[in-house]
Design a protein around this ligand. Structure first.
Ligand SMILES: NC(=O)c1ccc[n+]([C@@H]2O[C@H](COP(=O)([O-])OP(=O)(O)OC[C@H]3O[C@@H](n4cnc5c(N)ncnc54)[C@H](O)[C@@H]3O)[C@@H](O)[C@H]2O)c1
Length: 323
């Protein structure tokens, strides 16, 4: 099905998920404008075909001019601060950027009549839920300031959607991983499991594994890894979904693989793909790390007609091998 071309503002478009999505949207025929303050993004990942502006989405006046001048019709709001441990020690930065800044962006959008927003939310909104599979109707009980900023902005989006006729989709990503030909994960510090395992395999340095007494089959924590290319295709599906007249109001949708992978299974996948042996150092579990976080992805299938296609753990790991 052909999608009507859009003019999309991607906040955080110089980051891992934003830049991957920019490439996918451009390839599908959309016009993309990237706004990034380069606080954690990299200007060399911005696709040549995108217009790009350095600045913060929290600057409401500037956002109004940008949205109007660039004739933006849809905002893909990916930009955020997203290091959980940092959010615990510097909550003020997280609430100011992720919540207050995002409200400034939303106010600017309403002021100039941009009524479609897709928001990068997170499985962190569920906190340490004891549910075996997480579905979108569970109560939001984040356990750290990062997750709290995502849950709070979801509440704001829902209220604005009801009051101002906005079409808004919060995509709750699980553990985004993998690389494409154009974009690889380059977080500083890198807190995500798979790039850290790849680094341990490459350097021979020990890998610190936290928690080996969970009530899971191999006693390590189970997470849901979703390929970044699948996340980009979910963005494309969401943009198609909020074509004029197709959706009003707010909906939250999980974006995951729907499959659990334990830390030991991830270690084995990296060892198989690289041929290296990873030197594991096992430690007690960290406070607040739940045993199992796996997405129910049924709503994505029903609402977006999206399903993960590249999120098998071996395929994700293979995409991380040097090209
Ligand atoms: N990576 C994951 O596994 C994961 C999981 C769940 C949710 N998310 C969410 O997805 C989004 C993207 O994550 P990522 O992994 O690509 O991170 P990233 O750090 O690579 O990208 C975030 C981008 O936002 C930019 N940015 C930050 N504050 C900004 C501001 N005020 N104005 C403009 N740009 C700003 C950064 O410079 C960076 O380019 C974030 O909202 C994150 O919370 C990521």
């Amino acid at each position: 099905m052909t999608i009507e071309p859009r003019t999309i503002l991607i906040t955080g478009g110089a980051g891992y998920i934003g830049a991957t999505s920019a490439n996918a949207l451009i390839a599908a025929g959309h016009r993309v404008v990237i706004l990034d303050d380069l606080s954690s993004g990299h200007s060399d990942t911005i696709p040549n075909e995108a217009s790009s502006i350095v600045g913060s989405y929290a600057d409401g006046d500037r956002m109004q001019s940008l949205l109007r001048d660039a004739r933006i019709d849809t905002i893909l709001h990916v930009g955020a601060l997203s290091i959980v441990s940092e959010s615990v020690t510097q909550p003020e930065r997280y609430f100011k950027t992720n919540l207050v800044g995002s409200i400034a962006l939303l106010d600017a959008a309403i002021a100039v009549g941009v009524k479609r927003m897709i928001f990068s939310s997170s499985a962190a909104v569920y906190g340490a839920s004891s549910s075996n599979v997480l579905h979108e109707e569970l109560p939001l009980t984040p356990v750290n300031p990062y997750g709290a900023t995502k849950a709070a902005f979801e509440h704001v989006l829902r209220a604005y959607a009801d009051a101002h006729g906005l079409a808004a989709i919060a995509l709750r990503y699980f553990n985004v991983a993998g690389a494409t030909d154009q974009v690889a994960e380059r977080h500083q510090p890198e807190t995500h499991l798979l790039p850290r395992l790849m680094s341990a395999a490459r350097t021979g340095e020990p890998f610190e594994l936290y928690g080996n007494d969970y009530a899971t089959p191999d006693h390590t924590a189970v997470r849901d890894y979703v390929h970044v290319a699948d996340v980009a295709s979910a963005h494309l599906a969401a943009i198609e979904k909020i074509a004029p007249d197709s959706l009003h109001g707010f909906v939250a949708i999980n974006i995951g693989s729907g499959t659990g992978t334990s830390v030991r299974e991830a270690v084995s996948a990296v060892e198989r793909a690289t041929g290296a042996r990873i030197d594991l150092r096992e430690h007690p579990r960290r406070a607040g790390d739940p045993p199992r976080l796996v997405a129910d992805v049924n709503r994505a299938l029903v609402h977006l007609r999206w399903r993960p296609r590249q999120s098998d753990i071996n395929r994700i790991v293979k995409s991380l091998l040097p090209r």
